[in-house]
Design a protein around this ligand. Structure first.
Ligand code: ZN
Length: 277
């Protein structure tokens, strides 16, 4: 296998493109050598769409789950049950429980304030515990969104014994101590477009601190534009620039870095069997 076919994009929202756009996005990813893309759901509907897209495209895998922003919805237990059946009915494509986690930073898009609202924070914690529980039940890793909530996140992961399945924090933006706590629990850390900004010196230090065998790469497309791409929609083909920047920051050869990140991806998502041909 050529090294260029070893690029992986751990976290994408493909359902956010129109279907015509999405075909082109996947073609461009293919042409730069992206072997695997994991498309994430945020609620029941987008999780079902993620499965549908993964079923139709052989380089796409799906993750299903309830995002913390959805936590304010009623009947959460019912929602988690539906996610369970979606995962169980689609074991060929569903490789992780995501996008799940905690977000205590006030939402600029919806205007919802979490840090002032204990009920919403508690709702997020409740649904996140259910998602960790589900991941353990189904033996699927977690792909976690965490903003402004690392200490609560770590407590919950410990209390719910998440080390049984482990997982990865996507777009990790915590400090060194937080990174160490998560790495000690067996978690991986994933980095995206934020690393391409020359001002990201704190993040560069964190990246250099993480062992090479615990790093994953992602675009979070169509969100999280890379440096100097602020007017464009992000897409998985850009993962090649993210990989090159990370390799430069860590000071390793970029082909070697891509090779290692590919092994990490396959190890975490247990997809060795899918990749033999
Ligand atoms: Zn996301």
């Amino acid at each position: 296998m050529h090294i260029k076919e070893k690029l992986t994009d751990l976290h994408v929202h493909l359902e956010q493109y129109t279907s015509a756009e999405s075909e082109n996005v996947l073609k461009r990813a293919n042409s730069v050598g992206v072997r695997w893309i994991v498309t994430a759901g945020m609620d029941l509907q987008s999780s079902a769409q993620a499965v549908k897209i993964a079923t139709a495209h052989k380089q796409v895998l799906a993750s299903v789950g309830i995002h913390p922003w959805v936590a304010a919805e009623t009947d959460l237990r019912d929602l988690t049950d539906k996610i369970r059946y979606l995962a169980l009915d689609n074991t060929a494509t569903v490789v992780a429980i995501s996008e799940v986690g905690l977000d205590f930073v006030d939402n600029a898009f919806t205007g919802v304030s979490y840090h002032n609202n204990e009920n919403l924070r508690e709702a997020q914690e409740r649904i996140f515990r259910q998602q960790v529980d589900l991941a353990c039940e189904l033996a699927l890793p977690l792909i976690i969104h965490c903003r402004g909530a690392y200490s609560t996140l770590i407590s919950i992961l410990q209390e719910e014994r998440a080390y049984r399945v482990c997982g990865v924090i996507h777009n990790f933006d915590g400090d060194k101590k937080t990174a160490d706590q998560l790495l000690n629990m067996g978690f991986y850390l994933s980095f995206g477009g934020a690393i391409t900004y020359p001002t990201a010196t704190t993040l560069q230090k964190i990246v250099r601190h993480v062992p090479l065998d615990r790093i994953l790469i992602e675009t979070d497309s169509p969100y999280m534009p890379l440096y100097l791409q602020l007017d464009e929609k992000n897409e998985p083909a850009n993962v090649v620039q993210i990989a090159r920047t990370l390799a430069k920051v860590i000071k390793v050869d970029s082909e070697e870095f891509i090779d290692i990140s590919y092994t990490n991806f396959k190890t975490l998502l247990k997809i060795a069997m899918r990749d033999e041909n």
